[in-house]
Design a protein around this ligand. Structure first.
Ligand SMILES: [Mg+2]
Length: 120
């Protein structure tokens, strides 16, 4: 899937690195951003096909990012990555395509991403 671009947005560098490595093994083309504001800048540079989004982040959190993304007219599917107790509810808050509950493993992550992929 070298033609599918994914933007990984999380304020924790270790999580970004781990998630990116997993996605790259699957052949996805991955970029990273450390917060919602950086993610908004990144999508204008290089449109992702899927966004993996942490919710609790400094500067601009996941709710603020998702609202601004939609306000700008982008329909990019979002996969929420957050703590298990909040994952389903917070994914609902922003009408995410899917969620993956931290801590997650390889199969959980790839399944969530595949479920959010736009039909090709
Ligand atoms: Mg966070």
């Amino acid at each position: 899937m070298p033609d599918i671009r994914i933007l990984v947005v999380d304020d924790e560098p270790d999580i970004r690195a781990t998630v990116s490595a997993m996605l790259e093994i699957e052949g996805y083309d991955v970029a990273e951003a450390p917060d919602g504001a950086a993610a908004l800048a990144a999508i204008e540079q290089r449109r992702p096909d899927i966004i993996l989004l942490d919710m609790r982040m400094p500067i601009l959190d996941g709710w603020g990012f998702a609202a601004e993304l939609r306000r700008r007219g982008h329909q990019t599917p979002i996969v929420v990555m957050t703590a298990a107790r909040d994952a389903a509810r917070w994914a609902g808050d922003i009408a995410a395509a899917a969620f993956v509950a931290k801590p997650f493993g390889y199969d959980d992550l790839i399944s969530a991403v595949e479920s959010a992929r736009p039909p090709s």
